[in-house]
Design a protein around this ligand. Structure first.
Ligand SMILES: [Zn+2]
Length: 171
């Protein structure tokens, strides 16, 4: 596995001599600093914090700006480790680790996350409990998760609330 920056594409850390074609996308220090500065003060959304389920504030381009603590515990990562990453990247979507990356692989046309964010951004209308399938791979053992996505537009961001996830926290 090779780690590259999700934004600038620079290789991060040491190159793994056993390159298996799997790409782990992270934020390099420079890009993270830039995004945190750009989004300064936008980490706190009291209404998002009060949601019943893990909830994510993303840009129209599906990069994470903020999330609630339920989301942090569901994914076992603090916001700081996910801010700026694309949906598929912070959700550990297996397809996002292909060379094309999140949103650009042949599988991404049918991605519920991608569609729900795009439609909500375009129409400004909320969506409730739309089914989506996520193939997660954190450990080399792929896991299929059936999810329900709700989305609403908040200013220039899209809030995605994710429910019905086995392995995600109850509630
Ligand atoms: Zn970078």
């Amino acid at each position: 596995m090779k780690s590259i920056c999700s934004v600038c594409g620079r290789t991060q850390g040491e190159d793994n001599p056993h390159d298996d074609g799997v790409i782990n996308r992270v934020m390099c220090a420079n890009c993270l600093e830039y995004f945190l500065l750009l989004w300064k003060g936008r980490e706190q959304y009291p209404e998002v914090e009060s949601r019943q389920h893990p909830s994510f504030m993303v840009t129209v381009g599906r990069r994470l700006v903020a999330c609630n603590t339920k989301a942090e515990s569901a994914l076992a990562k603090p916001l700081k480790a996910m801010a700026g990453l694309m949906c598929g990247e912070f959700l550990d979507c297996e397809k996002s680790r292909l060379p094309e990356g999140c949103g650009l692989t042949p599988h991404c046309d049918s991605c519920g996350f991608r569609r729900v964010v795009a439609e909500t951004a375009e129409t400004g209308l909320p969506q409730e409990r739309v089914t989506a399938v996520l193939q997660v791979n954190r450990t080399g053992m792929p896991e299929i998760k059936n999810l329900l996505l709700s989305a609403r537009k908040t200013g220039d961001l899209i809030e995605l609330e994710v429910a019905g996830i086995q392995g995600f926290p109850p509630g």
